[in-house]
Design a protein around this ligand. Structure first.
Ligand code: SAM
Ligand code: DTB
Ligand code: SF4
Length: 368
C-alpha cells in the first residue's frame, strides 16, 4: 500500500476521483479494522455555555448571542444516570464536555474526577473534553480511569487564527502532549466547512502527521452553523466533501479510528454509508451533540440494521484503565466526615446540657 506523508501527496489523494479515493480508503480500512463494526460514543455536556473563548464556530462562547445559556455544572449522580441510559442504548463510550477554556484545580474538577471514576465503573470508555489541561491534571484524570481526552486542533495552523484568537495552536499541541505523557488515548480532529481551503483540511492532517504518535481517534466534524456565531452564514458543505475528508484521513492514518462527528443531521443515510465504506468507524450517538441536534438512537439503530453494522464493544482497542482513589477527594471527604462528627458531638453535648437552640457555624465554600 502506498503511504502518504507530505502535504502534496495528501492533496493529490484528497482530489482523486471520488470512487477511486473511497475504494482505496475501504481497502486500507479492511487491513486494520473490522469494517462492520462502528463505535457508538455518546456526548454529554456536563457544563454548558458561558465560555470565555472566542472560537468562531461555537454556540457556547459567552460573547456570542446564541440560544445557549450558561448553566451550572451537572451533578455526579445525574451524569451517571445519563451514562447508564447511553449504555442501555448501545454506547460503549461517554464523552463529557465542558465549556471551559482550561481545567482549573477546583471543586468542579473534583466532580469531573468523580464522574470519570463512576463512568469507568460502568465499564464504559470514558472520554473528556475540558479545554487546556496541564500534566498534573492529566495524571489525575488518568488515575481516575480516563480512557481518552478529546482536544481538537480544529483546522490547519495557517487558517487557525481566522477562527480563534484567544488560544494558540501551540497551546492545543501542548495539551495533546500532556494527555499523551499521562498515557491517555488521544482524540483530536477538526471541522470542515468553516470557509477554509482544501489545503487547510490537508494542513490539519499534516499537523497530526508531524506528531511522533498520531491520535488514536480523529473526529471529523462538519460545521454546525449556529445563529449568533461569526460562522452562522457559512454555506453547508457538500456531502462529498465529508466523504473525501473521511477517506483521506483514513488512508493517512490507517490505524486511527476516524469518527464521523458533528453534521450527521445534514447527511442522508447514503452519504453516511459512503463514509463508513471510506473508513469511518465511530459516530456520536444520541439525539444531542453538546448543544445541537444529532440523529436519535432509534434512527441510528435503523441505519445500522439496513447497512449491516454492529456496535463495537467497549475496550476493544485498549485495556480498561483501573480507577484508583483520588487523594484530593479522599482528603476532602475525610475533612468533611471529621467536621460532621465534631458537629454531632457538639450537638449531643449541648443536648445533654439542655441547650437545644444550637446553630452550627455556617461554612462558606468557594467554587470556581
Ligand atoms: N471547551 C473545550 C475545548 O474547546 O477544547 C471542549 C468542548 S468544544 C465544544 C469541543 C470541540 O467541539 C471543538 O474543538 C470543536 O471542534 C467542536 N465544535 C464546537 N462547536 C462546533 C460546531 N458548531 N460545529 C462543529 N464542531 C463544533
Ligand atoms: C468533536 O470533535 N465533536 C464533538 C466532540 N468532539 C466534543 C462536539 C461537536 C459539537 C457540535 C456543536 C454543539 O453541539 O455544541
Ligand atoms: Fe469554549 Fe470550547 Fe466553545 Fe471554544 S469550543 S468557545 S473553548 S466551549
Amino acid at each position: 500500500m502506498q503511504s502518504y506523508t507530505t502535504k502534496e501527496e495528501l492533496l493529490e489523494l484528497y482530489n482523486k476521483p471520488l470512487l477511486e479515493l473511497v475504494f482505496e480508503a475501504a481497502t486500507v480500512h479492511r487491513l486494520h479494522h473490522n469494517p462492520l463494526e462502528v463505535q457508538m460514543s455518546s456526548l454529554l455536556s456536563i457544563k454548558t455555555g458561558g465560555c470565555p473563548e472566542d472560537c468562531g464556530y461555537c454556540p457556547q462562547a459567552a460573547r456570542y448571542h446564541t440560544d445557549v445559556d450558561a448553566q451550572k455544572m451537572m451533578t455526579v449522580e445525574s451524569v451517571l444516570e445519563q451514562a447508564r441510559n447511553a449504555k442501555a442504548n448501545g454506547s460503549s463510550r461517554l464523552c463529557m464536555g465542558a465549556a471551559w477554556r482550561e481545567i482549573r484545580d477546583n471543586k468542579d474538577f473534583d466532580s469531573v474526577v468523580e464522574m470519570v471514576q463512576g463512568v469507568n465503573d460502568l465499564n464504559m470508555e470514558v472520554c473528556c473534553t475540558l479545554g487546556m489541561m496541564n500534566e498534573n491534571q492529566a495524571k489525575r484524570l488518568k488515575n481516575a480511569g480516563l480512557f481518552a481526552y478529546n482536544h481538537n486542533l480544529d483546522t490547519s495552523k495557517d487558517y487557525y487564527d481566522d477562527v480563534i484568537s484567544t488560544r494558540e495552536y501551540e497551546d492545543r499541541l501542548n495539551t495533546i502532549d500532556n494527555a499523551r505523557k499521562a498515557g491517555i488515548s488521544v482524540c483530536s480532529g477538526g471541522i470542515i466547512g468553516m470557509g477554509e481551503a482544501i489545503e487547510d483540511r490537508v494542513g490539519l492532517l499534516m499537523s497530526y502527521m508531524e506528531m511522533e504518535n498520531p491520535p488514536e481517534s480523529i473526529p471529523i466534524n462538519a460545521l454546525v452553523a449556529v445563529e449568533g456565531t461569526p460562522l452562522s452564514e457559512q454555506k453547508p458543505i457538500e456531502q462529498w466533501e465529508m466523504i473525501r475528508m473521511v477517506a483521506t484521513t483514513r488512508i493517512a492514518f490507517p490505524k486511527s479510528v476516524v469518527r464521523l462527528s458533528a453534521g450527521r443531521t445534514q447527511m442522508n443515510m447514503e452519504a453516511q454509508a459512503m463514509c463508513f465504506m471510506a473508513g469511518a468507524s465511530s459516530i456520536f450517538a444520541g439525539d444531542k451533540l453538546l448543544t445541537t441536534p444529532n440523529p436519535d438512537f432509534n434512527e441510528d439503530k435503523e441505519m445500522f440494521k439496513i447497512l449491516g453494522l454492529t456496535a463495537k464493544a467497549s475496550f476493544a482497542d485498549g485495556e480498561q484503565p483501573v480507577s484508583k482513589p483520588d487523594a484530593i477527594i479522599d482528603a476532602r471527604k475525610e475533612k468533611e466526615a471529621k467536621r460532621a462528627a465534631e458537629l454531632k458531638a457538639a450537638r449531643e453535648k449541648l443536648e445533654v446540657e439542655g441547650k437545644t437552640d444550637f446553630q452550627p457555624r455556617k461554612v462558606v465554600s468557594s467554587s470556581n
